[in-house]
Design a protein around this ligand. Structure first.
Ligand SMILES: [Zn+2]
Length: 76
């Protein structure tokens, strides 16, 4: 009987910043938060801190809101 707890079944899980829903990393869009704005990590080659969002028009639209709220909360 195969061991269902094997690490072979492990899928990296990330949280969408817009709706806070957890999904498999490959189901989400990775992006970076730069001073100039949001940059999608299309090539997955950038090694800086990444954030994730659903491949969903609503969540992507909410990204800008999230970014502004986040910038407000940080009085740096
Ligand atoms: Zn989402």
């Amino acid at each position: 009987m195969p061991n269902m707890n094997s690490h072979a079944c492990h899928v990296p899980i990330r949280t969408c910043v817009a709706c806070r829903k957890k999904s498999a990393q490959k189901e989400l869009l990775a992006f970076l938060l730069l001073p100039a704005g949001i940059v999608f990590d299309i090539n997955r080659r950038l090694a800086t801190r990444k954030y994730y969002v659903c491949r969903d028009a609503e969540c992507v639209q909410n990204l800008d809101k999230w970014r502004k709220k986040r910038a407000k909360g940080r009085k740096a």
